[in-house]
Ligand binder design. Sequence first.
Ligand SMILES: C[S@@+](CC[C@H](N)C(=O)[O-])C[C@H]1O[C@@H](n2cnc3c(N)ncnc32)[C@H](O)[C@@H]1O
Length: 353
Amino acid sequence: MSFVFAVCQAGAEAALKNEVSRRHPELRLAFSRPGFVTLKTPDSRGFTEQFQLKSVFARSWGHSVGKVVGTDGNEMARQVGELLTAKFTAEQLATCGHLHVWERDRFMPGSRDFEPGVSVLAAEVGRILEASEFNAERQLIVNAIPEPNSMIIDCVLVEPGEWWIGWHIAEQGPSCWPGGVPQIELPEEAVSRTWLKMVEGLMWSGLPVKPGDAVAEIGSSPGGSCQALLGLGLTVTGIDPAEMDEALLKEEKFTHVRGRAKDLPRRLFSNFRWLASDASAVPNYSLDTIEAIVTHPSVKIEGLLLTLKFTDWKLADEIPLYHKRIRSWGYQNVRSRQLAFNRREICVAATKD
Ligand SMILES: C[S@@+](CC[C@H](N)C(=O)[O-])C[C@H]1O[C@@H](n2cnc3c(N)ncnc32)[C@H](O)[C@@H]1O
């Protein structure tokens, strides 16, 4: 029997399970906890080698090796060593240089002072595993970003005394980040935590934004995401009926257009290269607004970075329809991910080429 594990936002498990049932009917749901889901895989030959979990909601995923349970960290670390030496040959382990240790999410990001990332407990368990006898020979590096296409050993703290061990191939981007969370911190001067969302969205999507590019953001108040864009040297227009934070209004490369995007003349958008949206509206309302803009003949926007908000998790089932709609505007390359710093929402990146 073999299993795949996936970690997601706490509360997104049902959306993840529905998505997996639709996109991977060969997998069967098994054990799950908030923020952590395991799936039984078919026993067919070659399955593991070829498998790629296709999921918007899986922040990180891997192949399960088993779990260790206990109250003594050093003893648990010894059991981790036993599990890994039973599973892998010495040659296989010799090709692996990294260990990622993280804790499943306890709360919605941005709630109760919680933000995803390597917690104090995960860092402590990482130190225990790093100093373990098993690692004396292997010298696995803990919670670092590997070279693309590296094998990573995963240790997910599902409970403080219950560690699930697995492995994955870190191809690039989020699969190289411990737990699928980029190692970024909210700067003190950020006026809202959406700074994190914008930075992560750009890192994940790889949109080739460059200094001097003009970008508009619909739903820009109070201004965290605009600050992130300004920090990259872009010229930013924020569109929002609400006030922007004073820190933004002082910025030379920032313009506030006060109003609802739908009420503005389309030619306002004719000089932008990129369009971002974070408006507090249901996805179809946001998409109606964006469609009217990007299909106007004067508009030449090359790429979109959209936050689609789910007032109801059922809207997650509509993601394939949202993609189809965006493609129909000429953006052939459309991808979605629930970012680590997203709340009950997803990030959609779309480009024309
Ligand atoms: C989540 S907040 C945006 C946060 C912002 N991106 C930041 O970085 O601080 C959502 C915003 O969407 C704005 N909004 C809602 N509907 C809108 C519309 N049709 N056009 C422009 N802004 C809209 C609201 O006024 C609100 O300020």
